[in-house]
Design a protein around this ligand. Structure first.
Ligand SMILES: Nc1ncnc2c1ncn2[C@@H]1O[C@H](COP(=O)(O)OP(=O)(O)OP(=O)(O)O)[C@@H](O)[C@H]1O
Length: 264
């Protein structure tokens, strides 16, 4: 039975993207229901980043459409995401090197600023109240993420794993309805993967998460449903057990020398 689209926060319907003669995405369908962690995996060049860029409004699909809470998004741009209730992290961390961790996270909390950007910039009106509110929100998330002790540090002075946590905190502080996570495990030590899995699982209880990740073991652990891309096409979609058992998935990974799905 086809899924009821209204049950889904995000639905990617038949999206295709071509770069010249190359089909980076070919008729891709993915749904992310509220309160679930959905995974998107695939070997290098499979189209994962392209799909994220289409969902984020960085790239227009040649065909197909993106639906957000039952409504088609038309010509949305990355700066529209926060207003829609969508946050994303980037493979590059995009942190402000000259600002302490707390201020970096406060940037993500801007939507709690009732006086708006003008008030923040001019120091007039609701500025003081807004800043306190944003600071409290940011501090609460740093505490939840176990990194409150880094609040006054500059990001560049922290180990990479902690910097990734700061970037995640900045995405989460506005309490988005959907979190797009682009390779959160990249560069993280094996010891920290368990803690990251636990954190993503916890976030998935209060927001939808779409997780793009090379670390198949992490994806298998935290995702309720996984979509596998290969050469721009969905080759498998289902719960982790089904993906693990699918011979086409193992074959796609074995062909690239990457981590095979049955390693997980
Ligand atoms: N701007 C672009 N111009 C031309 N080709 C592109 C462009 N962006 C991506 N591609 C190609 O589209 C295909 C899909 O790339 P994409 O980056 O989406 O894959 P990916 O699954 O994210 O790969 P990785 O895991 O290595 O990040 C690749 O063949 C890539 O070379």
């Amino acid at each position: 039975m086809p899924p009821d689209p209204v049950d889904h926060l995000l639905s990617v319907h038949g999206v295709s993207v071509r770069f010249g003669g190359l089909a980076a995405l070919d008729d891709v369908r993915i749904d992310v229901p509220a309160g679930t962690v959905a995974g998107l995996i695939g070997p290098n060049g499979a189209g994962k980043t392209t799909l994220f860029n289409v969902v984020s409004g960085l790239l227009r699909p040649d065909s197909g459409r993106i639906e957000w809470k039952g409504r088609t998004l038309r010509r949305h741009r990355p700066h529209d995401l926060a207003g829609l209730g969508i946050a994303r992290t980037f493979q590059g961390l995009n942190l402000f090197g000259g600002l302490p961790v707390l201020d970096n996270v406060m940037v993500g909390a801007e939507r709690f600023a009732r006086g708006g950007a003008v008030s923040m910039l001019t120091g007039l009106g609701a500025h003081g109240r807004d800043e306190r509110l944003m600071r409290d929100r940011a501090m609460a998330v740093l505490e939840e993420f176990g990194i409150a002790g880094t609040a006054r540090s500059l990001p560049g002075t922290l180990p990479f794993g902690l910097q990734k946590r700061v970037a995640l905190a900045r995405a989460v502080v506005a309490e988005p309805e959907l979190l797009l996570l682009d390779e959160p495990a990249a560069g993280i030590s094996a010891d920290d993967i368990g803690a990251l899995a636990e954190l993503i699982g916890r976030l998935g209880e209060r927001m939808g998460v779409l997780l793009v990740e090379h670390h198949v073991d992490l994806v298998m652990q935290v995702c309720e449903r996984i979509t596998v891309l290969d050469f721009g096409r969905v080759i498998c979609a289902g719960p982790p057990e089904a993906v693990r058992a699918d011979p086409g998935v193992a074959e796609a990974y074995l062909g690239t020398g990457e981590e095979a799905a049955d390693d997980a």
